[in-house]
Design a protein around this ligand. Sequence first.
Ligand SMILES: C[S@@+](CC[C@H](N)C(=O)[O-])C[C@H]1O[C@@H](n2cnc3c(N)ncnc32)[C@H](O)[C@@H]1O
Length: 363
Amino acid sequence: MPDGLAAEIRKRIRIAGPMPVAEYMALCLGEPHSGYYMTHDPLGAAGDFITAPEISQMFGELIGIWTASVWRLMDGPSPCRLIELGPGRGTMLRDLWRVTKIVPGLADALMLHLVETSPVLRRIQQETLAQVTPATAWHDTLREVPDGPCLILANEFFDALPVHQAVKQADGWHQRVIERDGDGFRFGLAPAPIPTFERTLPPRLRDAVAGAVFEWRSDRPMIEIGTRVVRHGGAALIIDYGHLESAPGDTFQAVRSHRHCDPLTEPGSLDLTAHVDFAALARAAESCGARIHGPCSQAEFLERLGIETRAEALKANATPAQRGDIDTALERLTSRRTRGMGELFKVMAVSARSLARLPGFDS
Ligand SMILES: C[S@@+](CC[C@H](N)C(=O)[O-])C[C@H]1O[C@@H](n2cnc3c(N)ncnc32)[C@H](O)[C@@H]1O
């Protein structure tokens, strides 16, 4: 339970000293007994946050159209592994699957692999998918998924992966750490700067002002994805909130009941995330020879795939109340207002070199 996790974090700090933000985030979200995702279903109106597939069936259906189109561009391999990273309640796959059934040969070719660490969400995924799809395999990591041609989907997966932070000081960049503050926690800085850190940064970040915060994640997940699509053929679609270019900024945040709160309170009870640096993801995937498509905004991506046409088709058979709901969902998914999902969320694909153009992207 969360109190136990606070005690565990205090103990680790007492023994090993202040812990990097990434270690704190990893414990809060994934500690096997008390981590947020280990104990919660956080999704939906009654939970802490809502994701695009939970807003409307249109989202999963359009990802289904993307999946079907790319499978065809791959010359329809059978079997083809359809892998979702962090599938939440399984809603996107459920909606996507309806589309696969209308493309000859596709539903039979796809083998479903869900990479999910949360036992709570795995149970919900099993219920959601039991009636709609054939055999599905669950895995703790992408590494466990057997080789072969693949299509990989990740909606709001990367933002939940642990993020490191460093703060620029007069003598260099210092790792941001979590230290004890009585029974609670506060941010601090490691005493010595990270050696040679500045040289690893993109050039335009090297003259950042004192106090600037830079965030980064491990390249490993992206390298695993890039290597897989290059070696075995296929593509990965990554959708998340974040920025197109690597830039300074503190985006480490906590949400509970759809409201922002202090990320250092009640470890294990809050959803912790940070924005995704799409330029960093692209660099990692390119380093293993993958081709990058986009990134573009979610609004552009969904509009290119035909979300407006899909909304009209759904409205044709809907009640007036349902028509209102469809319009609201369309506006929400594609809103270009400041911090609207259509603009804040970015979409990028990573593929084998042979896939020169993918649907949803203009290049
Ligand atoms: C923000 S939710 C997104 C859920 C879903 N994709 C959606 O759009 O509704 C993050 C998902 O990633 C899973 N997750 C978080 N960290 C993970 C990890 N290291 N490995 C696998 N799954 C993880 C969570 O359990 C959850 O299913």
